[in-house]
Structures are given as structure tokens and as C-alpha cells.
Design a protein around this ligand. Structure first.
Ligand SMILES: NC(=O)c1ccc[n+]([C@@H]2O[C@H](COP(=O)([O-])OP(=O)(O)OC[C@H]3O[C@@H](n4cnc5c(N)ncnc54)[C@H](O)[C@@H]3O)[C@@H](O)[C@H]2O)c1
Length: 323
């Protein structure tokens, strides 16, 4: 039976929770946004209101700014007819009315019991296994048996949290990226005992949604330290720090080189500044210590194997993809 999600619970109205609530509301879901104190709930709602106002303003001004850009690029003035045609073409996707309706769909609360009717609950509270586990156990006594629980943890073990929740079959990780209003990726992490049906339900849910800019992109990821993006990113960032320490190049050149030579939108050291060095260190320390006991193959063999098979990439028509 497919899970029909009408109301989503979001627990934690901080940086991530407020934006996750906003994305669901923009996609027509009713949202119950819960935090422990009313001032945090109100803070989260204010952030959503500001973000939605900016979104509506951007869309209202889009036609005018595209007209200005076209006029300055071509060095001409568009006729009133051309302007009207451009305005018709660039209709606001998110109108003022649409964002107001989205905002009205979010109900703030400090009571966990208000999440009773939710079919899907995403948790985005403090990164502490015991606090999260306790919250889910409490929710287990409140929500209906088919409600799917999801944690937005950056690094904590999903299977352990699933057991603590008391409903491991309907528990998974949904790892959003900051800011979820513009970054569309959600890593979907199945625990040891998560039902395939719950994973399908959540994949379907996200596949029908979009954020301010893009369709949401749910990607299923096996449970492992750092999940997918932080694990790969962590290895790359560490190499950048090593190059800096070895004096291979100064910070600015490392960033410029990765942007100009590897097509990165942002250099590894600029990215670390954006994430916050304390957060980057926390994630890196966690992934490194967890990887020590992770039973994965430490030296990847995939390149040796594929080269031996003649699968050299685009030039042979076959690599990781077929061309
Ligand atoms: N900030 C990021 O870039 C980012 C990215 C991906 C994942 N995450 C993860 O998302 C989660 C939340 O991170 P954040 O940056 O939004 O944190 P935050 O500190 O901005 O917000 C956390 C909120 O949770 C509330 N809270 C704490 N305990 C609660 C409880 N028992 N019930 C309800 N609310 C409670 C706090 O009052 C706070 O408002 C963490 O697990 C974090 O690892 C964060």
C-alpha cells in the first residue's frame, strides 16, 4: 500500500528544520513544525517567512531583470510589445499568493502530540544519538503505525537510531544538504531492518517535489560512515589541507586551481570556510574514526579491473558509463 503523505512533521526549527518545513509546504504538504521552546518555533517560522518573501520577490522581478539584461547585452531598448512578450514568457513560478499559501500550511508547535496525524516525520534536532533516540521512542507512542520516521543526521548510525525508535521497519535517514531550499540532493539511507516499501514511499515522495530551484533528487545510499557526499568530499578536503601544509601551493592558488582545472564551483578551502571549520572537523573526525572499523575494501580495485578489461572511458565507448 502506497503511503499518501498529506501532513509532514518536522522536529527542530533550526537551520535545517525550518528550511525542510518550507520545502514541504511549497510542495503542498501541511507541515507541523515542532521545537522545544516557542521562541525557537517563532524563530524558525520567521526564517521561513523571510525566505518565502525573497522567493516571491525574485520571481516578481524576474521578467524586469531579464529585460534589463537583454537590453544591456544587445545595447538596444525593447519595444513595449517585446517587453510584454518577455513578461508573458517569464511568468513567476512562485507568486506572492503561492508562497503565502505555503506559509499558511505550516503550523508551529512545542507539543509533540501535534504530530499525531503526520504520515511522515523528519527529525532535524541536535546531533546527539541519545537525544534523537529518545525523541523517536516518544514519537512512536504518538504517531500511527504506518508513519515513516526519518532522521536528518549528518553522521549518526541510522540502524541504531531505528532500533531506539521502536519501529525499525519504518525508519530511515533523509540527509538533506544545506541549504535544502536550493540544494536538491537528499541521501536516503536504509537501516538494517527498514522495509523496502518504506524506502520506495520516501523515494516517491521526494521524486514528486522541488525546492526553490530544482526538482528534489533523492539518492539511495548504503549506510556507511559519512554516507556518500561527506565521505567523498571529506577525502578531497583532507588532501587539500595536506597540500596547504606541505606548501604545495598557498590557499588562494589551491582554490583557484580546483576551480579552473577541475571545474569545481568552489575551492576546497573556500568550501571549508562556508561549512565552518569546527563543523568540517567534527564530520572529518567522525568519518575517519568510523572508517577504521568499517569492513570496506580499503584499496579500491575498480580502476585496475576496468583498465584490464579495456573499459577506459569515453575513448573506448565504455567506462563507468556506456557512450
Ligand atoms: N546545518 C547543516 O549544514 C546540516 C546539514 C545536514 C544535516 N544537518 C543535521 O541536521 C540536524 C539539525 O542541524 P541544524 O544545523 O539545523 O541544527 P540547529 O542547531 O540549527 O537546530 C536544531 C534545533 O533543534 C531544536 N531541538 C533540540 N532538541 C530538540 C527536541 N528534543 N525536540 C525538538 N527540537 C529540538 C533546537 O532548539 C534547535 O532549534 C543535525 O542532526 C545536523 O547534523 C545539519
Amino acid at each position: 500500500m502506497v503511503l499518501f503523505v498529506e501532513t509532514v512533521g518536522v522536529v527542530g526549527a533550526g537551520t535545517m528544520g525550518a528550511q525542510i518545513a518550507e520545502v514541504f509546504a511549497l510542495n503542498g504538504k501541511n507541515v507541523v513544525l515542532r521545537d522545544i521552546e516557542d521562541r525557537f518555533v517563532q524563530g524558525g517560522l520567521q526564517k521561513v517567512r523571510r525566505s518565502l518573501n525573497d522567493l516571491a520577490a525574485f520571481h516578481e522581478n524576474r521578467a524586469a531583470s531579464e529585460i534589463r539584461a537583454a537590453e544591456s547585452k544587445l545595447g538596444i531598448q525593447l519595444t513595449p510589445e517585446q517587453k510584454a512578450a518577455a513578461e508573458k514568457k517569464v511568468r513567476p513560478t512562485y507568486s506572492r499568493q503561492r508562497v503565502d499559501e505555503a506559509f499558511a500550511r505550516i503550523q508551529g508547535t512545542t507539543s509533540l502530540h501535534d504530530l499525531k496525524a503526520c504520515e511522515f516525520v523528519v527529525e532535524a534536532i541536535v546531533e546527539d544519538l541519545n537525544v534523537k533516540g529518545k525523541l523517536f521512542a516518544e514519537l512512536n507512542g504518538i504517531c500511527g503505525p504506518r508513519t515513516v520516521f526519518a532522521s536528518n543526521t549528518s553522521a549518526l548510525p541510522i540502524s541504531k537510531m531505528a532500533e531506539m525508535s521502536g519501529r525499525p521497519q519504518r525508519f530511515l535517514g533523509t540527509h538533506f544538504f544545506n541549504p535544502p531550499t536550493t540544494l536538491p540532493l537528499v541521501e536516503i539511507i536504509k537501516g538494517d531492518r527498514t522495509d523496502a516499501e518504506a524506502v520506495d514511499d520516501v523515494m516517491n515522495l521526494f521524486s514528486s517535489m522541488r525546492n526553490h530551484r530544482y526538482p528534489m533528487m533523492p539518492v539511495q545510499v548504503k549506510e556507511c560512515p559519512g554516507f556518500l557526499v561527506n565521505r567523498i568530499l571529506g577525502a578531497m578536503l583532507e588532501e587539500a589541507y595536506r597540500c596547504l601544509e606541505e606548501g604545495v601551493a598557498p590557499a588562494r592558488d589551491i582554490d583557484n586551481a580546483m576551480k579552473a582545472g577541475a571545474g569545481f564551483p568552489m575551492g576546497p578551502l573556500e568550501l571549508t570556510d562556508l561549512i565552518g571549520l569546527d563543523v568540517a572537523k567534527h564530520v572529518a573526525d567522525h568519518v575517519k574514526s568510523a572508517m577504521k572499523t568499517y569492513p570496506a575494501v580499503q584499496e579500491p580495485k575498480v580502476l585496475d579491473k576496468m583498465v584490464a578489461e579495456g573499459r577506459l572511458g569515453r575513448k573506448t565507448g565504455k567506462g563507468f558509463y556506456d557512450y
